[in-house]
Design a binder for this molecule. Structure first.
Ligand SMILES: [Zn+2]
Length: 217
């Protein structure tokens, strides 16, 4: 049983590593984007609420996200643990998370800003299933087409240069303080990236090694 949070700036590789780590540990990856898509697709009560905010281009309030997460964590596939990707993003969310689950470890991805900017600019997402690709190291088999579902790939507005700078600023202000918070709880593992072309598998091995050293797997 291991409950993991992936922490790090946008473009640090949280989703990329989480989706590779999950099958090795036999646990699911849970991202807020996925929670929104699932709930909206299934037209759940909470999904309807979230949709109102998303359609207005507003942030979905914490209590809605937390409720979705709470319901998700009750599903059977999380009985051996889970990996949270992209949540919590603020101190308030971290505290709310503690109310519903006891996290074992936080994997902090330490990546220089220049690498982040290059990586994010090369990111593409599937319009249909939400799968993430990267033109630098995680290319689809056919240009512009999703390997998994055949959907069309596009560049999200928030992966464009002007938006990236703003995302990094918000990260520094809201999310970076979580590092200190989890260090103080003795739960932080730092995984450093120094080169843009480091294969994800190599970093995932480092994470596995760190989890073993901590006696978590
Ligand atoms: Zn797809």
């Amino acid at each position: 049983m291991v409950k993991i949070v992936m922490l790090g700036p946008p473009g640090a590789g949280k989703g990329t590593y989480a989706t590779r780590l999950a099958p090795k540990l036999g646990i699911p990856t849970i991202s807020t984007g996925e929670l929104f898509r699932e709930n909206i697709k299934n037209n759940t009560e909470i999904g309807k609420k979230a949709k109102e905010y998303i359609e207005k281009g507003e942030l979905v309030p914490d209590e809605i996200v937390i409720e979705m997460l709470k319901q998700r964590l009750q599903k059977d596939d999380t009985k051996n643990g889970f990996i949270l990707d992209g949540f919590p993003r603020t101190l308030e969310q971290a505290k709310a998370l503690e109310e519903i689950s006891d996290i074992d470890v936080v994997i902090y991805l330490d990546v220089p800003e220049e690498i982040i900017i290059k990586r994010l600019s090369a990111r593409r997402q599937c319009k249909k299933c939400g799968a993430i690709y990267n033109l630098l190291y995680l290319k689809p088999k056919v240009d512009g087409i999703c390997d998994k579902c055949g959907g069309e790939l596009y560049q999200r507005d928030d992966d464009k240069p002007e938006a990236i700078k703003e995302r990094l600023r918000v990260y520094e202000e809201k999310t970076a303080p979580l590092k200190e918070y989890y260090i103080n709880k003795g739960k932080l593992i730092t995984i450093k990236t120094t080169k843009i072309d480091t294969p994800p598998e190599e970093q995932v091995e480092k994470i596995m090694e760190a989890l073993k050293q901590k006696g978590l797997i």
